[in-house]
Write a protein that binds this ligand. Structure first.
Ligand code: ATP
Length: 612
């Protein structure tokens, strides 16, 4: 119930639609309720007229004539009622459709906004497909429920009250018996609810796993094909969906057995109602017209009883469907990150001492970090970087180099210690505005080349885009494309080569024009020719910027101002390439090994993912 109230709160702006739909439903119900009265009245008029005509007494013709006039009027009233019903129900239907679309917009937007606010840590353990499946399920179940609810609630209440009042007026035991039907039916419906919801939850878990994998497989179809794993993936997908079929079988059997039982009970109650009406008509307590009206009213009374069960059903689905939606909405971005650390505070300092030379751009103070609660990936990390300085991180594979850059970008909070980006504000968005990144995987979006470059600065003009494209050697391949910068590059840039993607990524970072730059093995996936092209762009990009490099070439590392080496999650050495070349540390070891032809030497270089 709480969930439903939350949905109402979330979609408060749709109240006019809810009210509109309810008013339309009320009008339709009122029009429908006039029908038994009109047909009942017509029956009495007709029975009287037929009786008078059969008796053939004086004035029979007058009676028949007046009866005809009355039934024509009554038929016109029936026509008016059905016209009102037809028009108003369509107006209500239109409002229902608009309401659903608006609700989808509100719920999806809130979900997306919440996801975008969640820290990296959340996405580390969630599958994209699962996130999408959850959203779709929640939206359709919740929208269905709200539509059903607004359409049926007023109808149900109005019909119930009208039918109970009219039958009580005519013969109170009718109303008493009818009144019994509601709690019994509702109780039987609620009885099925708990098990139904549990099974629905199980089913959703399977759908989430299958959808998560589905999206992953489509996203990495090359890997699947190259390892010839299509059948295995299909089986995995099918297995989960098979499980949902089996669960649906149990769920549906349970629901329908209970439904047959519920309806059986309802049928017995209605048997009693009809019996009373028939007997009282035979005994002359009801006229034929009253009988016709009461029978129609009883038929109408069935509707709210079953509507109630529909609503309970739709509510169950909405509650079950929106459970995972609200689980995500309930996540507190600050606490998601709390697992391994806390956001460093402050993330930046507003100003620096103007007399400071060289000016400090970034400072790590005794930073400790781990992805999970019990294991530190980094500890005692303390260093200062001057503005414009080029720093290379060197350490074994898995030693925490990428983690350091992630901490710099505020993607994770530290366990303890502070990171300061001088001049950046203290909120994460401003901090990230100050950092340009070129990842190992270019990480492009579907869309055109121009759009991808402009991701670095949406306000950029076409001339700005072309200018950075030239600097990053993007123009060299764009010129050969028939649609040039408007070429669509496929999901994650699938239609481009690794080098082309990287050059776009460099152009994108250039357009961002941030004072700090992170290059995380930006050229490691490229062949020598592509690497040279990308490297030229990177050189241009690095000029005048504080740069953090995770490089795999010793020649690149040799050109930085200072190297920070990591050993066992701690800083081992900090110094210029010349200093560290002779200090006997990791860098010196790598330099010594760069021409190694021994197996052990080559392996050692591999541990550091370094080539000469
Ligand atoms: N999102 C994550 N969740 C949990 N553990 C992680 C995550 N990312 C990295 N790790 C772990 O943290 C450690 C450091 O990883 P990191 O990627 O920083 O190393 P690296 O030095 O950049 O390695 P490489 O040179 O191979 O890229 C590794 O043991 C890795 O398994």
């Amino acid at each position: 119930m709480n969930t439903l109230l939350r949905i109402l709160r979330f979609t408060r702006s749709l109240t006019p639609y809810y009210i509109g739909i309810m008013v339309a439903a009320a009008v339709v119900t009122a029009a429908g309720l006039t029908v038994p009265f009109i047909t009942g009245r017509a029956t009495d008029v007709i029975v009287d007229a037929v009786g008078a005509a059969t008796d053939g007494g004086a004035g029979a013709d007058d009676v028949v004539g007046s009866a005809i006039r009355t039934v024509v009027l009554l038929a016109l009233a029936l026509l008016a009622a059905s016209l009102v019903e037809s028009v108003v129900s369509n107006v209500g239907g239109y409002w229902g459709d608009v309401m659903s679309a608006k609700m989808r917009l509100i719920l999806s937007n809130r979900y997306f906004a919440q996801l975008l606010a969640l820290p990296q840590r959340y996405f580390d353990s969630e599958l994209t497909g699962t996130i999408v499946a959850r959203l779709n399920r929640s939206i359709s179940e919740v929208t269905n429920f709200m539509k059903t609810f607004s359409n049926m609630f007023v109808t149900m209440i109005m019909t119930t009250v009208a039918v109970l009042a009219i039958s009580a007026w005519h013969y109170w035991p009718l109303a008493a018996l009818l009144l019994l039907a509601y709690p019994i039916y509702l109780w039987l419906t609620a009885l099925t609810s708990k098990r139904w919801q549990r099974l629905e939850g199980e089913k959703n878990d399977h759908i989430d796993v299958a959808s998560g994998r589905f999206a992953e497989v489509v996203g990495q179809i090359r890997v699947v094909k190259s390892f010839v794993r299509e059948k295995r993936e299909l089986d995995h997908f099918g297995d989960h969906l098979d499980d949902t079929v089996e669960i649906t079988g149990r769920q549906s059997r349970h629901w329908h057995v209970m439904d047959a039982f519920r309806r059986g009970v309802l049928n017995v109650i209605f048997f009693g109602l009809y019996l009373m009406i028939f007997i009282r008509t035979v005994t002359g307590d009801f006229s034929p017209g009253q009988m016709v009206m009461l029978i129609q009213l009883m038929a109408m009374a069935r509707q709210p009883v079953t509507t109630l069960s529909w609503m309970v059903d739709a509510a169950q689905r909405a509650i079950a469907g929106s459970k995972s939606y609200f689980e995500v909405m309930d996540l507190d971005p600050a606490r998601v990150d709390g697992g391994g650390g806390r956001p460093s505070e402050p993330r930046g300092t507003a100003a620096t001492d103007a007399t400071d030379t060289p000016r400090t751009a970034v400072s790590f103070r005794d930073v400790r970090f781990g992805y999970d609660d019990d294991h530190d990936v980094l500890s005692n990390i303390t260093f200062d970087v001057a503005a414009g300085e080029r720093i290379a991180f060197v350490g074994e594979s898995g030693g925490g180099k990428t983690t350091l850059t992630s901490l710099l970008m505020g993607l994770y909070g530290t366990r303890s210690g502070d990171i300061e980006i001088v001049g950046a504000g203290d909120d994460l968005a401003t901090l990230r505005e100050n950092i340009g990144v070129v990842f190992q995987d270019a990480a492009l979006f579907s869309g055109t080349i121009a759009e991808n470059i402009a991701y670095g600065n949406p306000a950029a003009t076409r001339d700005d885009i072309v200018a950075v494209a030239q600097r990053a050697a993007v123009d060299r391949f764009v010129e050969k494309l028939p649609r040039g910068y408007d070429t669509v590059i496929g999901e994650r840039g699938m239609k481009l080569s690794g080098g082309q993607k990287q050059r776009i990524a460099v152009a994108r970072a250039m357009l961002k024009d941030a004072p700090i730059l992170v290059l995380d093995e930006a050229t490691s996936a490229l062949d020598t020719r592509s690497e040279r092209l990308v490297q030229e762009g990177l050189e241009d990009l690095m000029r005048g910027r504080t740069t953090f490099i995770i490089a795999h070439r010793l020649s690149t590392i040799a050109e930085v101002d200072r190297i920070i080496t990591l050993r066992d999650g701690r800083i081992d050495e900090i110094g210029s390439p010349a200093e560290l070349a002779t200090s006997g540390g990791i860098y010196a070891e790598l330099l010594a090994l760069q021409h190694a032809d021994s197996k052990a030497g080559r392996k050692r270089l591999k541990d550091f993912e370094v080539v000469g």
